[in-house]
Design a protein around this ligand. Structure first.
Ligand code: ZN
Length: 124
């Protein structure tokens, strides 16, 4: 299937929207490095999937000499190669801040509406 005609879907369970962000971390063994993709997210699911990626990152065991950077958020463009993806540090820090708030709803699904953390930084 030609990449340029392929619609990339959000990887959140039950979500069928088109993905606009890639959540990935740079991995290296000292010789080569690559971008490891955790998930692909639409704007609605970004906060949720970014938090999940950080949990997975924390549970990742590395062999000696390997390194794995914290997950980052990259803009997804159809047909673009990994190396040319634009990193959205602003979104990463906005989400990290939201997760650190005392009233932050991370890890408390009962009070978290679906995509509840998303609206906050979209309107800024
Ligand atoms: Zn989604």
């Amino acid at each position: 299937m030609p990449l340029s005609f392929y619609v990339v879907r959000c990887t959140a369970p039950g979500c069928t929207r088109e993905a606009v962000y890639k959540i990935a971390a740079r991995w290296s063994d000292g010789l080569t490095d690559e971008l490891k993709t955790y998930s692909l997210a639409c704007a609605e699911c970004l906060a949720e999937l970014f938090a999940a990626a950080q949990v997975r990152r924390a549970g990742c065991r590395l062999a000696p000499g390997e390194s794995l950077e914290p997950p980052g958020i990259y803009e997804l463009h159809r047909g673009c190669r990994d190396k040319s993806l634009k990193r959205r540090v602003d979104l990463e820090s906005a989400l990290a801040k939201a997760q650190l708030e005392p009233s932050g709803q991370l890890g408390n699904p009962e009070t978290t509406p679906p995509g509840g953390l998303t609206g906050r930084f979209l309107v800024e």
